[in-house]
Design a protein around this ligand. Structure first.
Ligand SMILES: Cc1cc2nc3c(=O)[nH]c(=O)nc-3n(C[C@H](O)[C@H](O)[C@H](O)COP(=O)(O)OP(=O)(O)OC[C@H]3O[C@@H](n4cnc5c(N)ncnc54)[C@H](O)[C@@H]3O)c2cc1C
Length: 555
């Protein structure tokens, strides 16, 4: 079987599939340890109860409330119940989580959580996880096609799925067939200009699935993180607020007291980002940014627990958080939507699975809680790896892609490389990013979304003539960036189309002017978009409710 993507989700899936007895290979456009999971800082959630009373049930209740009641409660309960076991497994493999004075795994508070539940390795948790998972992968001898760029998912007439991938180092198309495929290609944050995501987060897997005819769920929900460093957009971890950081407006007021009087800065991200955007829109910001103050932590705590954050601030903002507050604003951060799967990562295709940020289980619903995403890569990466391995092991014969698939891929690439006239991708990409921030940001409304769809139609039209200037085959980033832009444009159409149809405000989808309230009567349901000829069809499916009926959400 084949895993596409070597971040935390992909590597966890590959390890599990190998241990279940399947022959596994992994394809990744980046070296595995350069995957974006490595940027995760604050930590990973599991109800261990080490820093105060906690339980999987409390974790589940917080996640349901955080999701603005859109998360599927069966998936949430299962996730919260399995998370502690996965933390201990990671520890046994060698993840050096921080410990408290009694020697137990330390846990810090995070937004929207009713107990300190976030396990961490200083403020470099994702980096540590990636290294340990990679070590486990190597120990098992799993083959990794490093620096292969997958750009087409083939569902396969003969019942075997696979991908077409471009060999970045040597050039040339590789057609890889498998008995089961796991998509673990991460998120799509780079659809926006202002984003905490790496340049590699370009929605590849989501768009490949969409083009292959699979449905994508809840695409309208893009999380805006409240504390991205101004002006670079790099993330300042939620752990700063978790450990007591203050958000201030231009007048020095802790403005969260007006929006979430109890939780204050530790309200969930959608609420804090909306509060910040309101402060900005109503003229109480400093040139479009707010202040995050951690000076009261004291020197020792900042140097010990936030050395990564301090380095980031010194390097990219030339501000020392020991001396001054940091300038921050909301930025695109995490896509709650993705390829629709069940709790085993299985998509509608049956032999194609998805896990991690590319997937929508749906664990996060309309708003993700910080720390739940790394845990999702582990819990659902493991489950998808196991289910895909079982699927592969049941099948006989050897996997092959239809004869035409590779030739068709070669034709597509040749056509791009041979084109002599057209428009470079940069301008299209810049317009896409800027307009998504402008028209589909923290706040949305009908007119702007309609304008955005028209603009996207125009950008997709221009993209038909996109020009790849580098005609070489080796390390042709011009080529891959052009392909990534195609992914982003298709996905953006899905996001805005779903946003237009969701005529309510819920979680990260906020329409204060035209539909300011949550409307459970009409919209307690997941959106599903599916490619049909050249545009998208939209349908809905119900939310799974087990214990928690929707309530008014206050913090
Ligand atoms: C700055 C930042 C900080 C964060 N901090 C936290 C945190 O503290 N706690 C938390 O829970 N969550 C955090 N998150 C979210 C979390 O880190 C991610 O959601 C999660 O790590 C995604 O993991 P993944 O394995 O799904 O994808 P990734 O780690 O992004 O991996 C994707 C993989 O797919 C490969 N790939 C992509 N496209 C292709 C292609 N076309 N062909 C071949 N390979 C491809 C890439 O090479 C890569 O190996 C943070 C996110 C950001 C941006």
């Amino acid at each position: 079987m084949l895993v596409i993507g070597a971040g935390c989700a992909g590597m966890r899936a590959a390890i599990e599939a190998h241990d279940a007895g399947a022959e596994v290979a992994l394809v990744s456009k980046l070296h595995p340890t350069r995957s974006h999971s490595g940027a995760a800082r604050g930590g990973i959630n599991a109800a261990l109860g080490n820093a105060g009373p906690d339980s999987p049930a409390r974790h589940a209740a917080d996640t349901v409330k955080g999701s603005d009641y859109l998360g599927d409660q069966d998936a949430i309960e299962l996730f919260c119940a399995e998370a502690p076991g996965d933390i201990y497994q990671l520890e046994r493999w060698g993840v050096l989580f921080d410990r408290d004075d009694e020697g137990r795994l330390a846990q810090r508070p995070f937004g929207g959580a009713g107990a300190p539940r976030t396990v961490h390795a200083a403020d470099v948790t994702g980096h540590v996880l990636l290294q340990v998972l990679y070590e486990q992968l190597l120990a098992r001898g799993v083959h990794v096609y490093e620096e292969y760029f997958a750009w087409r998912l083939v569902l396969g007439d003969a019942g075997y799925p696979g991908v077409l991938a471009w060999d970045l180092v040597r050039g040339g198309v590789k057609a890889i067939a498998a008995k089961a495929v796991v998509l673990a290609t991460g998120g799509s944050g780079r659809v926006y200009r202002g984003s905490t995501n790496a340049y590699a987060c370009t929605a590849d897997g989501m768009a490949m699935a969409l083009r292959a005819g699979l449905p994508l769920e809840d695409l309208e929900f893009m999380q805006f993180h409240p504390t991205t460093l101004f002006p670079s957009g790099l993330l300042v971890t939620e752990a700063v607020r978790g450990e007591g950081g203050h958000l201030l407006n231009a007048g020095g007021e802790r403005f969260m007291s007006r929006y979430a009087p109890e939780a204050m800065e530790l309200a969930s991200r959608d609420i804090v980002s909306r509060a910040e955007q309101t402060e900005i829109d109503e003229g109480r910001s400093l040139d479009g940014s707010l202040l995050l103050d951690m000076r009261h932590f004291g020197r020792e705590k900042i140097l010990e627990r936030f050395h990564g954050t301090r380095d980031l601030a010194l390097t990219y903002a030339r501000v020392d958080p020991l001396e001054h507050p940091l300038s921050v604003r909301p930025g695109a951060h995490y896509h709650m939507g993705g390829v629709a799967t069940d709790v085993d990562g299985r998509t509608e295709a049956g032999n194609v699975f998805a896990a991690g940020e590319v997937a929508c289980v749906s664990l996060h619903g309309a708003n993700r809680l910080g720390g739940n995403s790394l845990m999702e890569t582990i819990v659902f990466g493991r489950r998808a790896g196991r289910a895909a391995a079982e699927e592969a092991l049941e099948k006989g014969g050897s996997a092959e892609l239809g004869a035409g698939a590779r030739a068709e891929g070669e034709r597509e690439i040749a056509e791009l490389l041979e084109r002599r006239e057209g428009e470079r991708p940069t301008a299209i990409r810049d317009e896409l990013g800027a307009s998504m921030n402008e028209n589909f940001g923290v706040f949305r409304e009908e007119g702007r979304m309609r304008r955005q769809l028209e603009l996207l139609e125009d950008l997709r039209e221009r993209y038909q003539r996109v020009l790849v200037e580098d005609k070489g085959e080796v390390w042709n980033s011009d080529l891959t960036q052009a392909l990534e832009l195609g992914f982003q444009l298709d996905l953006a159409v899905g996001m805005v189309s779903a946003g237009l149809e969701r005529r309510e405000s819920r979680g990260a989808h906020s329409r204060p002017k035209d539909f300011p309230e949550r409307d459970d009567q009409s919209f307690l349901k997941h959106s599903l978009v599916r490619w049909s000829s050249d545009w998208l069809d939209l349908s809905w499916k119900p939310v799974t409710i087990t214990k928690w009926q929707p309530q008014k959400r206050t913090y």
